[in-house]
Design a protein. Structure first.
Ligand code: FDA
Length: 310
């Protein structure tokens, strides 16, 4: 049932027609529809949301939504938007931290162009001490994403980190690879539809892998980001950190905007670092569909929101 829903929404997330309709329909027309999970369509609304979160004690990372770009021009436009985002972040005084996807920067078009685009973002980011995290996408991109990360790491870009997905069998090796570099990893369970040839399919297997990998990252001491809303997994990570004497400022938790706000607040109240991933922009449809697929109950929420404003 759970896997079925995930597959269904993943298929919808890839529909070009629905994506076009969604960005035309717009977030603004419904206060509590996708806007529960997305901090508006403009940089300004996202900055405002980030400011609010920071006053509540959260750290933030901003994601200008977009993915699956298939022309050089579109990749260049997305790159310019990110460069502009860095300027606006710096001017606004909010925390300097962004998340990006390589399919947004043209990895499907041409590897060299994608690397150039990433460098165009990393340079102003480094100048302004802005941290850049590369999101991890479908497994078709995993190796290429890690290789691009390593290329830039070798070129001394150190304001750069990477997400790895616990559901992939290969991640055990990738964690080792990143630990050897001393690179910072954001560990997530994984949001895409993957086959049993490459990924664990059962929730208990994914959870066990997550906890195992989180321990390896914590023990390596590279300031990992533990990105999950799963209270059981979070408890296991907390107790490993406590018993191993790893202080709460040696890692951070991360959660998505609008998801488990109760847990977000309680972790901050307990003295942990908690970073909220704040997505914004017109291209919100695929991101939103993945959030629906993770929790079918969200569909009920959406339907209710269509009839009743909160
Ligand atoms: P799980 O799905 O088991 O959910 C545990 C509990 O969390 C649920 O019982 C529910 O209470 C709550 N919950 C989870 N998802 C919810 C939702 N959509 N709506 C409401 N409640 C929900 N993935 C990826 O493949 N590449 C990436 O780069 C990233 N980046 C990323 C950054 C950050 C900061 C986070 C938190 C997550 C990602 N992800 C990601 C997404 C990740 O892979 C995963 O799909 C989601 O976090 C959901 O999995 P959980 O770990 O929360 O566990």
């Amino acid at each position: 049932m759970y896997a079925g829903a995930k597959a269904f929404f993943y298929a919808l997330s890839r529909s070009a027609l629905l994506k076009r309709l969604a960005s035309r329909y717009g977030l603004a027309t419904s206060e509590s529809f996708a806007s529960r999970f997305i901090a508006g369509e403009t940089i300004e609304t996202a900055i405002e949301a980030s400011r609010r979160l920071q006053t509540q004690g959260f750290l933030i990372t901003l994601d200008h939504l977009g993915e699956g770009v298939d022309t050089i021009d579109a990749a260049a436009a997305a790159t310019r938007e990110y460069v502009r985002l860095i300027d606006v972040i710096v001017a606004s005084g909010i925390e300097r931290n962004i998340s990006i996807k390589l399919t947004q920067l043209g990895i499907d078009v041409d590897r060299a162009t994608c690397i150039d685009n990433l460098r165009r973002i990393l340079e102003p980011a480094a100048r302004h001490q802005c941290y850049v995290r590369i999101d991890m996408e479908h497994s078709a991109y995993t190796e290429r994403t890690i290789e691009i990360f390593e290329t830039l790491w070798e070129q001394e870009y150190r304001n750069l980190g990477l997400a790895l997905q616990a559901y992939l069998y290969r991640t055990e090796n990738d964690v080792r690879r990143m630990n050897e570099l001393g690179a910072r990893v954001r560990l997530v369970k994984g949001a895409y539809k993957e086959t049993a040839a490459v990924a664990y399919q059962r929730k208990d297997e994914v959870d066990a892998a997550f906890v195992r990998l989180a321990r390896q990252l914590l023990d390596a001491g590279t300031y990992p980001a533990i990105a999950t809303h799963d209270p059981g997994v979070i408890d296991q990570v907390r107790s490993h950190a406590t018993t191993s004497g790893i202080a709460s400022d040696r890692f951070e938790f991360q959660m998505l905007y609008g998801i488990r706000r109760d847990l977000q607040a309680s972790l901050v109240a307990s003295g942990y670092r908690m970073r909220i991933y704040v997505p914004f922009g017109r291209d919100w449809f695929p991101y939103f569909m993945r959030r629906l697929g993770e929790r079918p109950a969200n569909v009920g929420f959406v339907v209710k929101a269509l009839f009743r404003e909160r």
